[in-house]
Design a protein around this ligand. Structure first.
Ligand code: PA5
Length: 444
């Protein structure tokens, strides 16, 4: 993985990064020594290097049971309890896998919304296949996931009988607390623990992400190896300019300090759409607090050049871009020659599709930089488990450093509670009587 900030530096003062260097160093040391805000949630920091081959084997063994007994596996989870798995699985999967026969179970995601049609349609499909469930919730009480799991548990038991269902329902949750733990223990489900000191959005390298990724048939040992290598590269003692997480954290803060408050993550591979979703949660929940924080947005290019491209090129100059670029596709396809050349495309004949994509990427970078949009480029060699593992740790480490430079606690999310309180009050949840009365007064 490489980071190139040359097209961002022209937008910041010549000494901006040097001026930030002490804060970058202090942030890294505070993470390392556990002296920063949110220091009870630093379990992700050396998580990759703590993962043992035996642990990977245990996850793979559980994945095998689900693979052998299920045509589909529903991953029930929301936020950090699903976005990482979805990002990795999408990045590695054939774009049309849902149209092709496969000996691996189809991975479906639910518990991340309260759409009645979504759940009804999911249930409609599940009636036609043998399915299993991975119920993922750290708190074990999140409403979206809990409602979904209640529906799926009943359906799975109706389909297979209670005893058989136990084989294909797995819980990933807290060691002791929460309804998901109570149910798993009472029913005797296989379960994995989400460590106390790893927050949801930093949990993709725990069983939260590793189990669904393994069930989908991907090599989690290689994913973890990529993360381990990046952990070493981003070591606190590495020279700052050779530590990509430190570089990214510094440059995005330097740009933010010039008044550019929106960062758009861009990809040129449709399979990376959910990288943007995972990254938005990681940075949005970590930094958007105390009236501060870069707003994280995402676009898929070149697709969105035909929608958001106008705004990015020409709208309010409050944005900067971080492009995740994949150097080599995993396949090879050329533009064919055509005798009649009715479409005028013979100038591209014999060129690889990726060559066209790369020129679109370069042309867009030059245009956006000319249009006043700083550009950070992050390149990976190809889309595979190892490179994705590197990206995961890189973004996590940079997020921790960046949030501390900003002066917030990157590891809490107090703002997420506000909607829950109102929703519970409106639904008359026991214990929310006072809130309910206050809301009724507000609504008139
Ligand atoms: O990052 C976070 O902490 C959150 O996004 C959580 O992952 C999300 O709210 C789901 O919580 P839980 O795993 O407790 O169901």
């Amino acid at each position: 993985m490489q980071i190139n900030i040359s097209k961002a530096q022209q937008f910041i003062a010549a000494d901006a990064l040097e001026a930030l260097a002490p804060q970058v160093k202090a942030a890294q040391e505070a993470l390392e020594q556990g002296t920063c805000q949110g220091n009870d949630f630093l379990g992700w920091l050396h998580l990759p290097s703590s993962i043992t081959p035996e642990f990977i084997d245990e996850i793979n063994a559980t994945a095998k049971v689900l693979q052998e007994n299920c045509e589909a596996v529903v991953v029930a989870g929301i936020g950090g309890s699903y976005l990482g798995a979805r990002m990795v699985i999408d990045a590695l999967s054939n774009s049309f896998s849902w149209l092709q026969p496969s000996n691996m179970p189809r991975i479906l995601f639910a518990g991340n919304n309260i759409g009645e049609d979504y759940l009804t349609e999911l249930i409609g499909y599940l009636k036609t296949v043998k399915f299993g469930v991975i119920n993922i919730s750290k708190s074990g009480t999140t409403t979206e996931t809990a409602i979904t799991f209640r529906l799926l548990k009943k359906m799975c038991e109706d389909q297979r009988g209670k005893e058989e269902a136990k084989k294909v329902i797995v819980a990933v949750t807290d060691a002791k607390k929460g309804a998901a733990r109570t149910t798993a223990d009472k029913e005797g489900y296989k379960s994995f623990i989400i460590p106390d000191n790893v927050g949801g959005r930093f949990s993709v390298l725990t069983p939260v992400g590793l189990l669904p990724i393994a069930v989908a048939g991907y090599d989690i040992a290689s994913l973890v190896k990529g993360a381990q290598d990046m952990e070493a590269q981003c070591d606190v003692n590495a020279p700052a300019d050779q530590n990509p997480a430190a570089v990214y954290a510094a440059v995005r803060n330097a740009i933010y300090q010039t008044g550019k408050k929106i960062e758009i993550i861009c990809n040129y591979q449709p399979k990376l759409h959910n990288l943007g979703e995972w990254w938005k949660q990681l940075y949005g929940e970590s930094e958007g607090k105390d009236g501060k924080g870069i707003f994280p947005a995402a676009v898929d290019l070149t697709t969105d050049l035909h929608s958001m491209g106008q705004w990015i090129q020409d709208g309010e100059r409050t944005i900067f871009e971080t492009v995740v670029s994949v150097e080599n596709p995993n396949t090879c396809l050329e533009v064919p020659s055509d005798e009649e050349n009715l479409d005028g495309l013979n100038f591209l004949a014999g060129k690889r599709i990726d060559q066209v994509n790369k020129m679109a990427e370069l042309g867009t970078q030059l245009a956006h930089v000319d249009g006043g949009v700083p550009n950070i480029k992050i390149s990976i060699e190809k889309l595979d488990e190892y490179n994705i593992g590197q990206l995961i740790y890189f973004f996590e480490k940079a997020c921790g450093i960046s949030g501390l430079i900003l002066g917030v606690n990157p590891f809490n999310q107090p703002g997420v509670e506000a909607y829950k309180k109102n929703m519970f009050a409106l639904l008359n949840k026991p214990g929310y009587e006072a809130e309910s009365a206050a809301i009724q007064a507000k609504l008139g």
